[in-house]
Design a protein around this ligand. Structure first.
Ligand code: ASP
Ligand code: MG
Length: 417
């Protein structure tokens, strides 16, 4: 069994979907589970349609844009205007419209019930399309397979239940070799939709690789492999050929966008080789994450996280930042599911760097403002350099003010404007 993952950029247009189908064609006939993300930037748009995020009056236009974007692709892929894909699309889209018009309940819950439609739509279109061009496949609702708890927006996977469901499903479909399913989304045992965190489709593929004892997992990307820096921000990037599992976990944890942080553990546990390959040049080698001893070639690695907020939390009563204060702060962060990218404290203040999210920030303020002063700085970058030297840091900082920095023997992290 092989597991493929195609991200949003690999299915963001008619040409992209056709290219993806051409890759699937090459492997067609071998047992294959294909995990697909939402098309292009659909998830970002759906985030705006979560009840309570934007005024209802803005919904019709946003829905119309999303609908047209998908319909354009469908109409180019299918020459037959009566193809059943239209019915399935309309049904899902009506459900999305209805969901986005709900009265807000809890943000994290509403979020999952809304953003899941990106993957449901993309896989529905792609499954139909592959069947249409003769690549017979079965569409699978992954919410019936990947089972999580009720931790909305970042469901914790129950591997035992998931493995049982995945194996049962495959065993019940012995004559099917190609399965198409959604990345990023999952379900609770009582039938609610959950998600696994932004960019979680890699993780979905890893969960399925683990549960189905896959021989290999492949992530198809718009880059030639695991690069030492994001080509969006750096020139002269170097492709890493081989990455040990633990190194990949560290890099993903710091925010290497090429792979979702939780992806590596499941495949490491079963010693599954993970390929990162380019969907533009599918014949090329790509990068491998596997049971290697060292990273090859060894070179400095740069990770940039944009849109960071640096928050300083100061006790109002002039107590020190100590265990009890930290406990209050972390309880609030945990309750709101806010991930901390970097933290540091002095006697009187606790600083933390988080992804910018005004809604969650204001909720955090509500939780903490009785006891603490909160100050924040938005629009920052968090830069992590692994295998750094002082020269490299100087070059990156280029005279800009550094708001906060941390160094270990191998890794430097800087927050800059
Ligand atoms: N569509 C989701 C996102 O954009 C999941 C993914 O792409 O991996 O975050
Ligand atoms: Mg994506």
């Amino acid at each position: 069994m092989r597991i493929f993952k195609f991200g949003g950029a690999s299915v963001n247009s008619t040409a992209a979907v056709r290219n993806m189908a051409a890759i699937v064609q090459k492997y067609y006939g071998q047992p294959l589970v294909i995990v697909v993300s939402a098309m292009g930037k659909t998830t970002n748009r759906l985030e705006q349609l979560v009840p309570g995020v934007r005024p209802m009056a803005e919904h019709p236009l946003m829905l119309e844009e999303l609908r047209n974007y998908h319909l354009q692709i469908i109409s180019e892929l299918f020459s037959n205007p009566d193809h059943p894909v239209y019915q399935d699309f309309d049904r899902l889209f009506a459900q999305l419209a209805q969901q986005s018009a709900q009265t807000p309940t809890h943000y994290n819950y509403d979020y999952d019930q809304t953003v899941c439609f990106g993957e449901l739509l993309s896989t529905t279109i792609i499954s139909h399309y592959l069947n249409y061009i003769g690549l017979e496949n079965l569409w699978v609702d992954v919410r019936q397979i990947i089972c999580t708890n009720h931790n909305y927006r970042e469901g914790i996977v129950d591997f035992a239940l998931t493995q049982e469901a995945a194996r049962k499903f495959i065993a019940a479909h012995q004559n099917t070799t190609t399965f198409i399913t959604q990345g990023f989304i999952a379900g609770t045992s009582d039938g609610h939709t959950t998600t696994l965190g932004r960019e979680g489709s890699d993780y979905s593929a890893a969960i399925l690789s683990y549960c189905l004892d896959a021989d290999r997992m492949t992530i198809w990307k718009d880059v030639p492999g695991f690069l030492n820096a994001d080509p969006k921000y750096f020139t002269d990037t170097v492709k890493i050929e081989e990455i040990p599992y633990n190194e990949a976990i560290e890099l993903a944890y710091y925010g290497a966008s090429v792979i979702h942080p939780k992806t590596v553990k499941p495949i490491q546990n079963k010693n599954i080789m993970l390929d990162i390959k380019s969907f533009v040049t599918p014949e090329a080698e790509g990068s491998k994450i596997g049971p290697f001893d060292t990273i090859r070639p060894l070179t400095p690695l740069y990770i940039v996280k944009q849109n960071q907020t640096l928050l300083s939390i100061l006790p109002k009563d002039f107590s020190f930042i100590a265990e009890d204060n930290l406990q209050t702060i972390f309880a609030a962060l945990a309750r709101l599911n806010i991930r901390v990218n970097l933290m540091q404290n002095t006697a009187l203040s606790f600083s933390l760097c988080i992804d910018d999210n005004p809604l969650l920030l204001s909720q955090l303020r509500d939780h903490l403002q009785q006891q603490f002063h909160l100050r924040y700085n938005r629009g920052l970058k968090l830069i992590t350099i692994r295998y750094y030297t002082q020269e490299i840091i100087d070059k990156i900082v280029a005279g800009r003010p550094v708001l906060l920095q941390q160094r270990t023997r191998t890794t430097a992290q800087l927050i800059i404007q």
